[in-house]
Design a protein around this ligand. Structure first.
Ligand code: NAP
Ligand code: GDD
Length: 342
């Protein structure tokens, strides 16, 4: 049985990757942060108590800011594969917390690579690199497009990308960068734009909300489905040699188009409900992301299965279910919070 160590296991991608690896009979070890509220919602359906003889997922408290403990965990677990998905992953928030973002999203990667080097364990390392690194570079963006980062988050990811390349060359560590374009799902954090839109539109439809405030509607993104993208991560670590790959759909759509389509599918006129609030603008924006994933198709045999329209349908269906439950609670007299941030 192969063992995988996953940072960011409680996040969107961590949960889909865990499902995928469990389906391939892996034993999984995940790094989780201690929190005063539960932060394991996305993986609770996969978890079995460690005393259960069938348990194959084990969670370890820790943090990407603490190098000694990462070293101890890797030495004890000796994973065959490591997936570094942990990060302060919100671009807008990285302008509010640039130092923290650099520490976790940038130096966190170095801490893991150092842990591999110091323990001398034989393992394969996946780094969650990002299309955000391309920043201002004109589309389409591929593995050969020079990075022009436009945020503290993107700059931290560029650092991680290059430190992975450096450790691969200097210490012959099997380490690969997946340069993933935006990928979404019903498990997407609620402050990322697609989920913010599907959640608000379904709540508006049921009378739970009357306005949606957004930032830049003109930005364009290459949006895919997270479930498809985690398979590409695994494929990269099954190759004969480590390398870097762009993962994308090859289609781009504006935020405005996403909003319009979601509201149309719910028979709502988006212009009646959506307002622009400059608080959601970023000091520097990434205008257009459009990926060329030709290398992944040729070398990994990877291509996306879920298209733009189906992705929207999947997200609306899940958020409509959640909104219906919420409405039941409201009708029973419970009060609900309505956060709209980032
Ligand atoms: P996400 O939902 O925001 O999950 C981030 C994960 O990182 C969470 O499990 C979070 O734990 C964990 N984390 C945050 N700070 C940490 C720390 N100090 N120590 C340990 N863990 C920490 O992100 P995602 O969408 O799944 O993305 C996964 C990775 O891919 C991230 O590195 C992201 O930057 C990168 N990426 C994402 C996309 C995308 O479109 N989704 C595209 C390209 C690259 P808590 O649950 O405790 O907060
Ligand atoms: N979050 C957010 N909230 N974004 C908004 C809003 C809003 O109210 N209104 C407009 N946008 C615009 C942003 O300005 C951006 O141009 C676009 O919608 C997408 O924003 P996000 O969904 O926050 O994603 P992102 O592209 O900044 O970053 C995501 O994708 C990266 C890959 O390219 C994150 O998942 C990163 O972690 C990931 O690396």
């Amino acid at each position: 049985m192969k063992k995988a160590f996953i940072t960011g296991i409680t996040g969107q991608d961590g949960s889909y990757l865990s499902e995928f690896l469990l389906s391939k009979d892996y034993e999984i070890h995940g790094l989780i942060r201690r929190s005063s509220t539960f932060n394991t919602d996305r993986i609770d359906h996969l978890y079995k108590d460690a005393h259960d003889p069938n348990a194959r997922m084990f969670l370890h408290y820790g943090d990407l800011s603490v190098s000694g403990q990462l070293t101890d965990l890797l030495y004890d677990i000796k994973p065959d594969e490591i997936y570094n998905l942990g990060a302060q992953s919100h671009v807008r928030v990285s302008f509010d917390m640039p130092e923290y973002t650099g520490d976790i999203t940038g130096l966190g990667t170095l801490r893991l690579l150092e842990a591999i080097r110091k323990t001398g364990i034989k393992t394969r390392f996946y780094q969650a690199s990002s299309s955000e690194m391309f920043g201002a570079a004109p589309p389409p963006q591929s593995e050969s497009t020079p990075f022009q980062p436009q945020s503290p988050y993107a700059a931290a990811k560029v650092y991680s990308y290059y430190i992975v390349c450096n450790y691969r060359e200097a210490y012959k560590i099997f380490a690969s960068n997946g340069i993933l374009f935006n990928h979404e799902s019903p498990r997407r954090g609620e402050t990322f734009v697609t989920r913010k839109i599907t959640r608000a539109a379904t709540r508006i439809k049921l009378g739970l909300q009357d306005k949606l405030f957004l930032g830049n509607l003109e930005a364009k993104r290459d949006w895919g489905f997270a479930g498809d993208y985690v398979e590409a991560m695994w494929m990269m670590l099954q190759q004969d040699r480590p390398d870097d790959y762009v993962i994308a759909t090859g289609e781009t759509h504006s935020v405005k188009e996403f909003v319009r389509r979601v509201f149309e599918k719910l028979d709502l006129d988006w212009q009646k409900y959506v307002a622009v609030d400059p608080r959601y603008f970023r000091p520097t924006e990434v205008d257009v992301l459009l990926g060329d994933a030709g290398k992944a198709l040729n070398e990994l045999g990877w291509k996306p299965r879920v298209g733009f329209d189906e992705l929207i349908d999947i997200m609306i269906a899940a958020d409509m279910e959640a909104a219906k439950k919420e409405k039941t609670l409201v009708e029973a007299g419970y009060s609900i919070s309505d956060h709209q941030s980032a």
